[in-house]
Write a protein that binds this ligand. Structure first.
Ligand SMILES: [Zn+2]
Length: 194
């Protein structure tokens, strides 16, 4: 079977993990063995959305936490018989993930990658930009803007003033469309000028 890479990208609350779980379910129904890779940090548990969805699914699947999202670990963690490799929260992996995704595709495996496309400053997040370039297929999913509740959101807006790129926790973010994001930025500027 020809290998491929499919990337599901979007802001927070856009349903990336739900879409990833749907694709994994399809693979399991097709009788393929699936390995799900999630970055695991010492200070928190990894996303368990996918696991919740898969719990009742039949078939061969396994969730593998990858310490600190370190790509170098993948060589020892990925099983040779995993035909489908799914990566959740790919933005937290280092660039070694890119090399491995290419390699898995060459080996004829199906690679499914879900992650945040941008950080809260509109910068491509971790390896996601490159992964979207090398993918055979890219799907962008969107939340509804939490402010106007009409337009598609495009960014995970950070509600606190923390400046580090990684600040984990859904309560720290809201999904905003372009217009509402601009209004918030202008508001922040004018309060700084005062
Ligand atoms: Zn809006």
């Amino acid at each position: 079977m020809a290998g491929y890479i499919k990337v599901i990208a979007g802001e927070m609350f856009s349903g990336k993990s739900t879409e990833l779980a749907r694709l994994i379910e399809r693979s399991l129904i097709a009788g393929l063995s699936v390995q799900v890779l999630v970055p695991e940090f010492s200070n928190r548990g990894s996303s368990r959305d996918v696991e919740r969805r898969l719990r009742d699914m039949r078939g061969e699947w396994q969730i593998t936490p990858v310490p600190e999202g370190r790509g170098a670990k993948l060589a020892e963690l990925v099983r040779p018989n995993s035909l489908v490799i799914a990566v959740d929260e790919a933005q937290f992996f280092d660039d070694d993930l890119i090399t491995f995704c290419r390699e898995w595709r060459m080996q004829g495996r199906q690679v499914l990658v879900a992650g945040l496309d941008m950080d809260f400053r509109e910068r491509p997040f971790g390896p996601m930009g490159t992964l979207m370039c090398i993918a055979n297929e890219v799907m962008k999913v969107h939340a509804v803007c939490t402010q106007c509740r009409q337009q598609d959101a495009f960014i995970s807006h950070r509600l606190s003033s923390e400046a580090d790129q990684v600040l984990v926790g859904e309560t720290n973010y809201t999904a905003l469309c372009c217009d509402c994001y601009q209004l918030v930025l202008r508001g922040a500027e004018s309060s700084r000028d005062r």
